[in-house]
Design a protein around this ligand. Sequence first.
Ligand code: SF4
Length: 351
Amino acid sequence: MIVKGWCPGAWRPMMAEDGLILRIRPPEGRLSAAQTHGLAALAREEGQARISLTSRANLQMRGVRPERHEIVLRGLAELGLLDTDEATETARNIILTPFWQADDGTLKLARALAQALPEFPVLPGKFGFAIDTGARPVLGDVSADIRLERNAAGQLLVRADGEQTGEEVTEATAIPRMKAMAEWFLAQGGRRMRQLFPNQPASMAPRVPGPCEAGMLVGFAFGEIPVETLARLGEIRLTPWRMVLLPGVQTPPALPGIILNPDDPMLRVFACTGAPNCAEGFAPVRNVAAGLAAHLPEGKTLHVSGCAKGCAHPAPADFTLVAGAGGFTLNGAGLDPAWLLRHPGRVFGTE
Ligand code: SF4
């Protein structure tokens, strides 16, 4: 079924001006070398030059013609990147720490949760789970409703999003406890757990490209991986930070589109698709964002949005440019777009 709306999946894509948007949820948040290679080939067949990384550590392919949807679904299924049906895909809203180690139980718990989900109650569409059971939690500010974490002593904890503390569990009791928490949540009648526990999310240290505990993190401008690069990346783990983790890699690969410099301002610039590919967009915002990036003051973030919806970056940014019918506004004040690109330093107060 093809629908208009938010949170597209592969089975239930969203229609945009340039075709269907399919969101792909790779099992366990990772792809083998064969899968990255195959997915790149699939995107290329659809005439796409890039695959996007999403803020829930999924992948997004756009520009699929409706008559090609079935063919792409078959291709994803052959690659092991498609759930059996739409209901399974929608329910399997699990993000796991990309820094898991083979012996830390994260994969086992993620698999156990995925297998148990058919026994869970039907939850709201955006309701999700975080398996954040590496050496320390890293997903505290990533959207999820029920979290499985470890405390400093390594004890497993199930925590409702927004709650300050979790409940101690074991590997055997973790999933049943998460199910009980989901049932309790539904009985409260909310749509997201944070409505019930509205504490501020834990602020986590920003992640940047470079060596990490499980390999090498590499970034991409606007979170988009060129398909030719995807084809040659080998095995990857997905992250919610517009980066992928290359497990076990010590030397960064020199491939087009990869950002390796942690100070690259493009890591702090967010922009949606904008016009013309999104019907809501008032301007082609990516070129504005790229034009301003080099002038962005150190440590500051810039969000350029094609309309007031702000899809690319739901969190506040230091500088927010929003395109509208009358031009751009900067942090709420009107701006002439031509002036904006001629005087980027004035946008950021540095000239
Ligand atoms: S912010 Fe507006 S223009 Fe940009 S992708 Fe979302 S709906 Fe489209």
